[in-house]
Ligand binder design. Sequence first.
Ligand code: IMP
Ligand code: MG
Length: 180
Amino acid sequence: MENFEKRIKRVLITKEEIDSAIQKVGKEISDFYDGRPILLVSILKGAFVFMADLCRAITAPCEIGFMAAKSYYSGTESAGVVKITMDLDQDISKYHVIIVEDIIDTGRTLKDIVKMLKARNPLSLKVVTLLDKPSRRVVDFKADVSLFTIPDHFVIGYGLDCGEYYRNLPYIAEYDTDIK
Ligand code: IMP
Ligand code: MG
């Protein structure tokens, strides 16, 4: 890919900052649920790195599940369509469900997913997001826990992509949309 490095404009959140925020939330979750059955539901692909680190910061027993949703097709603009491309294989009615998401932008993806999962009667349902861009919201949606609030920049790294690249960066960076 041409200009691969150059498009990483600047680091917004370092690996150390992410790690320490995750340790704190992991402890809060472990204390709050206090041994009750937890199912962490990660929304692929973007949340896979966050899920891997968050589940290891939780000391209480927990299970994991995956769903896949697509709303951005290959660029930096939302297509405005949310499609579930892979569903959970668990019956969630026996669990306290925690949705683990990478970023809330317009809010459409999570609003739809929350509605869908609530209809399956989990014991409870909460949303934990690594990043939140509240200034971009087009539907009313608020996460229960948000680790970092960021301005309206397109970001990459730590699971988040641009055209499927950059998910493997260990930090969150601003993507340079001016470089063609
Ligand atoms: P929403 O439905 O607009 O809230 O979109 C959420 C999804 O869009 C996220 O789960 C990401 O996959 C993607 N997304 C939103 N903003 C960004 C960004 O800045 N970088 C990479 N992906 C993003
Ligand atoms: Mg996502």
